[in-house]
Design a binder for this molecule. Structure first.
Ligand code: FES
Length: 332
């Protein structure tokens, strides 16, 4: 048993329990989502005592300098003192500006932040609603500095996505934390061949990264793949085709992953996993750079395969959409 303190209150953690697991078991109202150190919704602040290795893994230099740590990644050490973070320390206020159905299961949402967050397509933000429920979403586009566009898939039992799809109204008050993540285009990549794969609604962020690259005068070839289960889910097919027509260095492939699709020929789609096709079309080369965005399982699998195939780890940029059905998680 190890005792640590949060806001002066003592908590006894069982062996191998993280700070977050102890707080959940004790019925504390801490926010969390991924439990993997990715979403940063469980941040707390270090006051005193020894910190276990990895407690601050993946945090930005600014968050580390301000003594933040992820409760889900922190193994408590006897006497560790922590304090909760005030919303205003990490979040800025925002409003729901627009909600448009792109398909039955993908919603385009625009959020207007009260300040310019300097974020880019391929990063992600944490959105918090009135009751504290918080979820991470990928940035597909940034308009006028402080309007952020997200493409959100409807999740089975998804509390936040379900609310956005059916109940949230325009003007709704929200809080934003971020931006977070580094799956973004940088000027230093201008001469690299870019291979970008969007799985499901990940295509929104992928197109945002392509548009960013084109705006920064990217020189080399850009290969864009969209992996969708069905033809109907290729919701940005026309947009991808127009990008290909407008820019001679942009190439687009639509990949259908379900087993039978009658209209594959009409849409000029291929029935193959997008990473499998990309690997066939682009032999490993040190000038290739890969971006993978979308459904976590597909992204992580492609990331592992790219690494095993010989891609430099630093040239594989990923934005997996982690999802947890929190109603199946036992609390307290
Ligand atoms: S719950 Fe700790 S980082 Fe996501």
């Amino acid at each position: 048993m190890t005792t640590f303190y949060l806001d002066g209150q003592a908590f006894d953690s069982a062996e191998d329990e993280s700070v977050l697991e102890t707080l959940i078991r004790s019925g504390s109202s801490i926010n969390y989502s991924c439990k993997k150190g990715a979403c940063k919704t469980c941040l707390v602040q270090h006051v005193s005592g020894e910190l276990s290795a990895g407690s601050q893994r993946g945090l930005t230099a600014r968050l580390k300098a301000n003594h933040y740590l992820s409760a889900c990644q922190c193994q408590p050490v006897e006497g560790l003192k922590l304090k909760t973070v005030f919303e205003q320390d990490l979040f800025v206020s925002a409003q729901l500006l627009e909600r448009v159905f792109l398909t039955e299961s993908v919603l385009k949402v625009q959020i207007k932040s009260s300040e310019n967050l300097h974020c880019y397509a391929g990063q992600y933000i944490n959105l918090r609603r009135f009751d504290g429920l918080t979820r991470s979403y990928a940035v597909a586009k940034v308009l006028d500095g402080n309007v952020i566009e997200l493409h959100i898939s409807r999740k089975y039992n998804g509390q936040f996505s379900g609310w956005l799809f059916s109940t949230a109204s325009i003007g709704e008050h929200l809080l934003i934390q971020g931006p977070l993540g580094q799956c973004i285009y940088k000027e230093a990549y201008q001469q690299d061949k870019l291979i970008l794969i969007g799985h499901g609604a990940g295509i929104g962020a992928v197109i945002g990264i392509v548009e960013q690259a084109l705006a920064m005068s990217h020189q080399a070839e850009i290969y864009l793949y969209h992996g969708a289960r069905t033809v109907a889910e290729l919701y940005l097919h026309k947009k991808c085709l127009s990008l290909m027509l407008a820019h001679k260095n942009v190439h687009y492939r639509a990949c259908i992953t379900a087993t039978s699709q009658a209209d594959l020929i009409d849409k000029r789609c291929l029935q193959i996993q997008p990473f499998e096709l990309a690997a066939k079309e682009h032999p490993i080369n040190r000038h290739n750079r890969v971006f993978l965005c979308g459904e976590a399982e597909a992204v992580v699998k492609a990331q592992q395969q790219a690494f095993l195939d010989g891609f430099e780890y630093a040239k594989i940029h990923v934005l997996p959409f982690e999802y947890k059905d929190l109603r199946s998680v036992k609390r307290g």
